[in-house]
Design a protein around this ligand. Structure first.
Ligand code: IPM
Ligand code: MN
Length: 358
């Protein structure tokens, strides 16, 4: 069966990094059709909307989406519904991509890139699972209104709603437990149950779902402590499962432990394993079009696409091994360059990965 892959490069460095990942996907001898469509600021410029109907329709009928990055300062003054970020939020919501997998792996060849001491991070391999379609990101009501009573009566206030339905917590809990079963069998659920009702509810459900996974050790941590433990002793973690807003913050922190956000892929999956795959980094408009961006996070995202949406684990291994091989050869884009290595461009990095595929 031919798989259709929606290719949505987006803005900034999106095009150049996605192009390298497409070259890699095409070289694997699989039956794939790739169809490209505009998204983000680029789509707003062309069609007046960051997520045009046709782009959403393509995404919906695809097995998987390869996404670059969206955003540029020049769109910062647009009303919220037209900003590039709405494209990614709209894709998550419309496709039900509730499970966001963000691995943070420190490649041994890049041990010096971290701002933490090598002994704290060497061998780091953790997985953050962030719930992606609920929480304060999407909770209603939200908006600006007049305060009805209390000390701020009569003033305007901005408000959002944190909420999770039981089934939303159960399904992300299962993703967490199942991922932990395939790894070191440790799952840490992060919440703020000492303060928030939503978090206490989340925690109670985690404990209930845990009954189905007696082989996994479940622990709980408050978000503030988790943020601290992540820089104190990150290797204590195996899999972290958390809600949308806490996961947004913790995954950026975890990414930086590796010192090389240009290396980290991500997957956002729905109940039928349809997925959106994107690098963890942004659109970096300052270096766009210069052929210097690191394409490896996007290439590794393509590997996740093969593994999770196409069930092509062997092909995914080939891609991941090729990335390790080019690092071993000492090839580095500017973001991970250090003395004694060889600096290469975006397209040269793509060439090297293609050559290293076997
Ligand atoms: C991310 C980003 C998005 C988020 C923004 C761009 C809406 O920060 O994917 O982590 O907050 O989820
Ligand atoms: Mn984020």
């Amino acid at each position: 069966m031919t798989h259709t892959i929606a290719v949505l490069p987006g803005d900034g460095i999106g095009h150049e990094i996605v192009e390298q990942a497409q070259r890699v996907l095409s070289a694997l001898g699989l039956d794939l059709t790739m169809e490209q469509a505009p998204v983000g600021g680029t789509a707003f410029d062309l069609h007046g909307h960051p997520l045009p109907e046709a782009t959403l329709a393509l995404a919906k009928r695809s097995s998987a989406i390869l996404f670059g990055a969206v955003g540029d300062w020049k769109y910062d003054s647009l009303p919220r519904e037209h900003r590039p970020e709405q494209a990614i939020l709209g894709l998550r919501k419309n496709l039900g991509l509730f499970a966001n997998l963000r691995p943070a792996i420190l490649y041994p060849q890049l041990a010096n890139a971290s701002s933490l001491k090598p002994e704290v991070v060497s061998g780091l391999d953790i997985l953050i699972i962030r719930e992606l379609t609920g929480d304060i990101y999407f909770g209603k009501p939200r908006g600006v209104r007049v305060v009805e009573d209390g000390p701020f009566k009569g003033e305007q206030e901005g408000y959002d709603t944190m909420r999770y339905a039981e089934s939303e917590v159960r399904r992300i809990a299962r993703v967490g437990f199942e991922a932990a079963q395939k790894r070191n069998k440790k799952l840490c659920s992060v919440d703020k149950a000492n303060v928030l009702e939503t978090s206490q509810f989340w925690r109670d459900i985690m404990i209930d779902v845990a009954k189905d996974y007696p082989d996994v050790e479940l622990s709980h941590m408050y978000i503030d402590n988790a943020a601290m433990q992540l820089v104190r002793a990150p290797k204590e973690f195996d899999v972290i499962v958390t809600g949308n807003i806490f996961g947004d913050i913790l995954s950026d922190e975890a990414a930086m432990l590796t010192g090389s956000i240009g290396m980290l892929p991500s997957a956002s999956l729905n109940a039928s394993n349809q997925g959106l795959y994107e690098p963890s980094h942004g659109s970096a408009p300052d270096i766009a079009g210069k052929n210097v961006a690191n394409p490896l996070a996007t290439i590794l995202s393509a590997a996740m696409l093969l593994r999770y949406s196409l069930n092509e684990a062997a092909a995914a291994d080939r891609v991941e091994n090729a990335v390790k091989a080019v690092l071993e050869q000492g090839l580095r884009t500017a973001d991970i360059f250090e003395a004694g290595t060889t600096k290469v461009s975006t397209s040269q990095m793509g060439d090297a990965v293609l050559k290293a595929l076997n």
